[in-house]
Ligand binder design. Structure first.
Ligand code: ATP
Ligand code: MG
Length: 420
């Protein structure tokens, strides 16, 4: 019986077998209550992928992301990988702790609970908030405001570049870039805005936005985000402090956009060197292949409208295979995710979905090798957490799956009001 491995093409199977894979769950055979767990499902970690994780509320998306991150950390190619989790909900810190909550389920799977060596990074200006709430972290990061374009600021502040404020912003940024390159602060932007002869209310409107951006606590002299891509490390970028307001998602998108740009650029340079080294038979890569996990991905890459992360992430999706960057995007509603991202996914894990538009959005991709309507496969899934469908473009197969229980603690569970 050949092993089931998703994300791996025949050539890699022949050459590498199961090296560079991780076990994410078991194949579900049979339908609904009759379904039983069969063979393990191996997941390719060695090649770049674009993966979508979908499912309605509470079906296991965030949990499954953690499972894949665990597999990367424990894999036999971990030294050539790095993991970055964009944590908008502040739930992944708990991966440091073993999953002692689910001992009996883990025993059933013959898995030991295990905590991981994750590094939690928070915005430098938010340390007091974390300390006040006694939430531990390992390090901080900042972004250099000089690295953003006028267009990116405008998207973050949600106004048009062709508006009066937009025109002022464009002039301010181009003046600063001309004079200082990328070496200027938020205060410099404010001061520069005051020097242009724009109507007072336009100037004040813009100045107020940059003053508000100071409170985001994320800007500093330099962008200190290189540390997120250290070899064999898992970095959790905790951006939960910005809240649920739209400005919260704007600042998260600025962060993710800049990271995506930087990492891709570095990987592209590294790839060239690696290719030369490959010719000389040197096997360790220059810079690890980076896996970026983005929960609530529709906020960063929406189907409608644009965020500062949209273009950089679309670039990952489009050309990431070549330089070696992997993206895992989770959302409740695939129909709300940018259609180009959706269509470029080569692996999809879909937990239970019920909304027609979301099922249709899935059905439109990968339909060529499906024997039935996607709805049929979803209906056949037993109704328990962690079940889903894997659609694998690499092997052109579809597998019902029971995702394995987590080795590390999952902090995203639904709270209840029952007493212990
Ligand atoms: N593979 C699994 N094995 C066992 N339990 C699971 C599994 N996947 C999910 N669960 C359970 O389901 C709960 C909800 O999962 P999770 O937090 O991942 O939901 P979600 O899909 O991210 O929901 P939301 O859309 O609200 O963010 C988890 O706390 C866990 O108890
Ligand atoms: Mg979730």
């Amino acid at each position: 019986m050949p092993k089931i491995s998703v994300g791996r093409d025949q050539e890699d199977r022949d050459e590498h077998g199961l090296k560079g894979t991780g076990i994410i769950g078991k194949h579900l055979v049979g339908e609904n209550e009759e379904a039983h767990k069969a063979n393990p499902i191996y997941f390719d970690l060695a090649r770049p992928h674009v993966m979508g994780i979908f499912g309605k509320r509470g079906t296991g998306k965030s949990y499954s992301m953690g499972t894949i991150a665990e597999e990367i950390q424990s894999s036999d190619v971990a030294d050539n990988l790095s993991t970055v989790i964009i944590d908008s909900m502040g739930i992944y810190w708990s991966m440091k702790h073993p999953n002692n909550r689910s001992i009996s389920i883990l025993e059933d799977w013959d898995i030991e609970p295990k905590g991981y060596d994750a590094n939690v990074y928070i915005p430098e200006g938010k340390t007091r908030e974390f300390e006040k709430k006694e939430m531990p972290y390992d390090g901080t990061f900042t972004l250099n405001p000089g690295e953003f374009t006028a267009q990116e600021w405008a998207m973050a502040f949600d106004f048009d570049l062709s508006s009066q404020q937009g025109i002022l912003l464009e002039r301010v940024i181009s003046k600063l870039k001309e004079k200082r390159g990328s070496d200027y602060t938020l205060e410099d932007i404010v001061q520069a805005a005051k020097k242009f002869d724009f109507p007072k209310e336009i100037e004040e409107g813009l100045v107020n936005r940059f003053r508000a951006a100071e409170d985001w606590g994320v800007f500093g002299e330099e962008s200190t985000i290189e540390k997120f891509t250290e070899r064999a490390e898992m970095s959790i970028v905790d951006v939960s402090v910005f809240g649920e307001l739209s400005s919260g998602w704007s600042v998260r998108s600025l962060i993710v956009g800049l990271m995506a740009k930087r990492i891709l650029k570095k990987r592209m340079t590294a790839r060239r060197i690696e290719e030369i080294e490959e010719m000389d038979n040197i096997s360790q890569n220059e810079m690890p292949i980076t896996w970026m996990f983005i929960d609530e991905a529709h906020e960063f890459l929406p189907a409608k409208g644009k965020t500062p992360a949209t273009d950089p992430l679309l670039k990952w999706v489009k050309i990431g295979r070549e330089p070696g960057v992997s993206l895992v995007l989770a959302t409740q509603q695939p129909a709300k995710l940018h259609p180009n991202a959706l269509s470029q996914c080569d692996i999809i894990l879909s937990h239970r979905l019920t909304a027609k538009q979301d099922i249709n959005a899935l059905g439109e991709i990968m339909q060529t090798y499906m024997r039935h309507d996607i709805g049929h496969y979803i209906d056949a899934l037993p109704d328990q957490p962690g079940t889903g469908l894997i659609l694998d473009d690499n092997s052109e197969r579809i597998y019902p799956i029971q995702m394995r229980p987590r080795k590390s603690w999952h902090a995203g569970g639904t709270p209840d009001a029952f007493e212990d």
